[in-house]
Design a protein around this ligand. Structure first.
Ligand SMILES: NC(=O)c1ccc[n+]([C@@H]2O[C@H](COP(=O)([O-])OP(=O)(O)OC[C@H]3O[C@@H](n4cnc5c(N)ncnc54)[C@H](OP(=O)(O)O)[C@@H]3O)[C@@H](O)[C@H]2O)c1
Length: 189
């Protein structure tokens, strides 16, 4: 059995997945886990078998871990794949570095997920995956805040993509939205 490729995001109501300067402070120092019901957070993490992370997301995570130890509290301990053109310094044996074709990276990480879902982290990486029709689902935690500026959900240039709503639920102070991404239409004629 193969898991799904899921773009999993928390997002301000005005569509930003991070604030200016890649800040992940969603108000008064609150992190995602402070908004979502713990059982929902745990269930979504339990469905995840691997993560594919863009280099900038990785660096923001490293910065958060250094500045506020314990601020990254996602209950996940499976295989991590980092998409980057540069080595990690110092090297980190807990993460596999991938480079080059994003489709091949998704296939590698999905296999490692062992039948569970693969989470795609990073706006640029998610945009590439959406553009290439590699994403099965989008899961968004909408947080009750307007940021006004920051990193948008997807980078400019993504073509219009019709989505199929799967569900919307209130979870703590967040609203969880799920959408299926239909496969790209094949050639006509
Ligand atoms: N709210 C949320 O749930 C959430 C989740 C995830 C991320 N974020 C935020 O999103 C922001 C980061 O997103 P982003 O769009 O700026 O960057 P990103 O997608 O995290 O990383 C992009 C970088 O990954 C590397 N990369 C991408 N594709 C590659 C490929 N095929 N081969 C090799 N390397 C590749 C490149 O880095 P190099 O060329 O430098 O190696 C590229 O510049 C951060 O602010 C983060 O906090 C928010």
């Amino acid at each position: 059995m193969t898991g799904k490729v899921v773009v999993n995001r928390c997002m301000s109501l005005d569509g930003f997945i991070a604030g200016p300067g890649h800040s992940m402070d969603w108000g008064n120092g609150r992190a995602l886990a402070d908004f979502v019901a713990p059982e929902d957070f745990a269930a979504i993490a339990a469905a995840t078998g691997a993560m594919l992370v863009g280099r900038r997301t990785w660096e923001v995570g490293e910065r958060m871990a250094a500045e506020q130890p314990g601020s990254i509290d996602y209950p996940f301990a499976g295989p991590m794949f980092l998409l980057t053109h540069r080595p990690l310094e110092p090297a980190n044996p807990a993460v596999t570095i991938l480079s080059g074709d994003t489709g091949a990276a998704v296939a590698t990480a999905l296999t490692a997920a062992g039948g569970k879902d693969l989470e795609i982290l990073g706006a640029d990486v998610a945009g590439q995956c959406l553009q290439r029709g590699l994403v099965d689902e989008i899961l968004v935690y909408v947080l009750p805040v307007l940021l006004g500026d920051g990193v948008p959900f997807s980078p400019p240039g993504l073509t219009r993509t019709a989505l199929e709503p799967l569900g919307s639920t209130r979870s703590g102070d967040a609203t969880i939205l799920r959408f299926r991404v239909p496969p790209p239409a094949g050639p006509t004629g």
